[in-house]
Design a protein around this ligand. Structure first.
Ligand SMILES: Cc1cc2nc3c(=O)[nH]c(=O)nc-3n(C[C@H](O)[C@H](O)[C@H](O)COP(=O)(O)OP(=O)(O)OC[C@H]3O[C@@H](n4cnc5c(N)ncnc54)[C@H](O)[C@@H]3O)c2cc1C
Length: 286
């Protein structure tokens, strides 16, 4: 199963492009699309606009992300109400990064209380809720154990699944998945996959999120700055190999960080869908 994450476009033309991207991705029969939400509500109206536009454009369910720091409980609920009015029934519930001054608004303090709050509301109690997980540990977590406890609290509060931060070290995900299972957590842990559209961008994100960059990663893209086609091919191959390895280890759902571009996810998922069906045509049919 595939799902695809977008960020909210800046303007009306961006919405049209986003809907065209989503429409192109529907050929992969995704389980849902999701739209990110700027911490502190910085993209609130654009995120809601994108969720509304997507919901009107495609039949695929659309999930709205929400971050709770930087907003009051009432402001958070108002966004959820707008999502519900657009037909959304799946929330990706996040704390969001703390503001630079470290002062949060008087709202839900973390993802656990946000999930609990959504479950308490009669009209959102039935929503699907996804939360974030960190195979390589959240950069601010006191320890891997504390991070795991935090994940357990979010799931115990009523979340249905966790979607992970992206990673290039597939073993790190597999170890995390096994640790989560050994801790008695039975909820699905869906790997977040980042197809590398821009090497500089991927390295920047990785630095911010605490994602390890393995030794093999940079040399693969060396000398390809002015060769986007070869870069795309390398990026697609890396993601396909990663997903095939995960699938061989029993993973059957993948969440793609699309960066609003359909080409790489389509190429990757077409190959994955074909190999999943075992329908590789014979090379020399006689
Ligand atoms: C799939 C996915 C989607 C995302 N989408 C967005 C988005 O749309 N917008 C956005 O701004 N960001 C997004 N993020 C990033 C996320 O907001 C940041 O990583 C943020 O810093 C943490 O959010 P959280 O929901 O994981 O927080 P939480 O789960 O609440 O906690 C995060 C950290 O705080 C620690 N912690 C929490 N509570 C306690 C406690 N009581 N005691 C001790 N430690 C505690 C945890 O161990 C963890 O280290 C996303 C991340 C992922 C993986």
């Amino acid at each position: 199963m595939f799902s695809f994450e977008f960020f909210p476009p800046a303007d009306g033309t961006g919405y049209e492009r986003l809907c065209a991207t989503a429409t192109a991705l529907t050929e992969l029969e995704p389980s849902f699309f999701s739209v990110t939400y700027g911490a502190g509500g910085t993209t609130r109206d654009r995120t809601i606009g994108a969720v509304e536009a997507l919901s009107a454009a495609v039949d695929t369910p659309v999930a709205g992300h929400i971050t709770c720091v930087g907003g009051t409980v009432q402001e958070t609920h108002a966004v959820i109400d707008r999502y519900a009015a657009a037909g959304v029934a799946h929330i990706v519930a996040l704390r969001g990064d703390l503001p630079a001054d470290g002062v949060a608004a008087n709202g839900y303090a973390d993802a656990t209380s946000l999930v609990a709050g959504l479950r308490r509301r009669a009209d959102t109690a039935r929503f699907e809720i996804s939360v974030a997980a960190y195979p390589e540990v959240h950069p601010l977590a006191a320890s891997a154990e504390a991070d795991l406890d935090n994940l357990r609290r979010k799931l115990d509060a009523g979340a249905d699944r966790a979607i992970t931060q992206f990673f290039f070290d597939t073993d790190a995900f597999l170890r995390f998945r096994d640790t989560v299972a050994a801790a008695g957590i039975v909820h699905p842990i869906v790997p977040g996959i980042l197809p590398v559209g821009s090497v500089a961008g991927a390295l920047r994100f990785a630095g911010r999120c605490g994602t390890k960059v393995p030794d093999w990663f940079r040399p693969l893209f060396d000398g390809l700055d002015d060769d986007p086609e070869t870069r795309q091919e390398v990026a697609a191959t890396v993601a396909i190999e990663q997903c095939e390895r995960l699938r061989a280890e029993g993973v059957d759902s993948f969440h793609f960080y699309t960066l609003n571009k359909p080409d790489l996810p389509i190429a990757i998922c077409r190959v994955l869908a074909r190999s999943q069906r075992g329908a590789l045509p014979p090379v020399h049919a006689s």
